[in-house]
Design a binder for this molecule. Sequence first.
Ligand code: NAD
Length: 246
Amino acid sequence: MHDFEGQTVIVTGGTRGIGKAIAESFLQAGARVIVTYSTNEAATAQFRQDNSQFAQNIDIQKLDVSKYEDVEGFFRYIDTKYGSFEVLVNNAGIRKDSVLAMMKESDWHDVLNVNLTGIFYMCKFAVRNLMRKRYGRIVNISSVMERYAFEGQANYAAAKAGLSALTKSLAKEVATRGITVNCVSPGFIATELIRDLPDKLRDTYLDRIPMKRFGNTEEVAACVLFLASKEASYVTGSILEVSGGL
Ligand code: NAD
């Protein structure tokens, strides 16, 4: 287990699914965690309840990462309240699947706005803060779809592929400043995000996975904590796949 005692960590979309497991792993490793959520008040209440033993280390903030002014305001809050932080995990993401010819224009823009543009906003303000102390870890949650781009996911796959490019480019820009920027790229992980998959498609995907099972959120969180640790100091611009061998 890596030690995050004394570190401040931001996890977007951190009250449920993969983000929740990431936030909880950081809390267990001693960090103070600022968890953001967009609309799901019930998941937020559940998160508080599940982690009541860490209450003094939890700060939950409402934030829509796709809104520039909201992200700017969020980092103003961080500057004022904490001054600095060590780790940003860009986990928030959505899916709105459909074959491209039938895809609504709004579904294209929504997915790109949250999964790619939102991370540009978060990184832009985060890097300004991290550069001041010449230390930082940014971990972006991508997806194996950036590489495989299954049918019905043109918007999602394009956003995640763009995220990998953003990660590599930013990693080079800040490489001499003590800041690393990496992606964790999950395969199929059992969360709400994929709960709506039809049974037949679910079986097809399971068959394609060499380990013949979906991953769990803790298996993703373990990789995030490694990339966010001081020990991962020479790893930057990389993409770590957590996919059961896909
Ligand atoms: P989830 O739907 O359970 O969680 C997504 C989180 O993002 C939620 O907390 C939600 O509130 C937040 N969010 C959504 N829109 C937002 C916005 N505009 N601003 C701020 N927060 C917003 O899904 P999950 O499976 O936990 O996914 C987390 C990340 O992992 C996503 O980036 C997703 O693309 C990625 N991922 C998931 C899988 C999987 O199989 N579950 C596979 C590969 C990648």
